[in-house]
Ligand binder design. Sequence first.
Ligand SMILES: [Zn+2]
Ligand SMILES: [Zn+2]
Length: 285
Amino acid sequence: MTIEITLLGTGSPIPDPNRAGPSTLIRAGGQQLLVDCGRGVLQRLAAAGSSASTLSALLLTHLHSDHIADLGDLLITRWVTTFTPDAPPLPIIGPPGTAEVVEATLRAFGHDIGYRIAHHDDLTAPPPVDVQEHTAGQVWDRDGVRITVAPTDHRPVTPTIGFRIEHSDENGTASVVAAGDTVPCESLDELASGAGALVHTVIRSDLIELLPQQRIRDICDYHSSVAQAAATAQRAGVGILVLTHYVPAIAPGQEEQWRALAAAEFDGPIELGDDLHRVEVTARS
Ligand SMILES: [Zn+2]
Ligand SMILES: [Zn+2]
């Protein structure tokens, strides 16, 4: 009884030669759940032994560009690499606004979709999607895997949501919470309460606040610092804290400095690293 977390992309809006954009793969009970789809997500999925066509669902925490940059690539590539007739639509679960973004993305690729339908006899309709917009409650219950969402606080970006993924069998329940971008808030504390792992996006506010550009310093307003994410993990009593979405990118040799900032607030194991870093989460007793 485990859930496996793979940090596909640990980067941020600033392009980095070694870090793809924000995206996390969660494997639970044979299901593959993709949380956000930042820059380079399909290359990282391939490296993780997965693909657009094998995803069970796409979960979007919010509609900031870095978290949805490769949505078009994902939708089109899944469509052209799915060879089973009458393939079910891709479930896409996100906050209100998601349907509009998905529709607009498919419209942007309208010419491409038209070319492929004209060229291939077995492609007769545009990429099938099943978009569900939620801000709270249980949104998925399939073969022992349940997903619950709750609001987070990334204002003025609103609404934004976090996901709790639980995988149960007779031996227990493993659980992982994906917080997305948020400042500490009560609804995230509740969503993460007692979870096996919390995957939290973070910024080094101590470094960002020193930068000369106000536009960059603004990001401290609506993200959690490493210490804040760790304090959330401590309040919620989670098993493992997994840090991702590093702003600025972790410089070579600086991992322990980042870990120490978190360890000052959180007693448990702290995971961080490069793209494709994996964490296995077992059922808690
Ligand atoms: Zn954001
Ligand atoms: Zn972000």
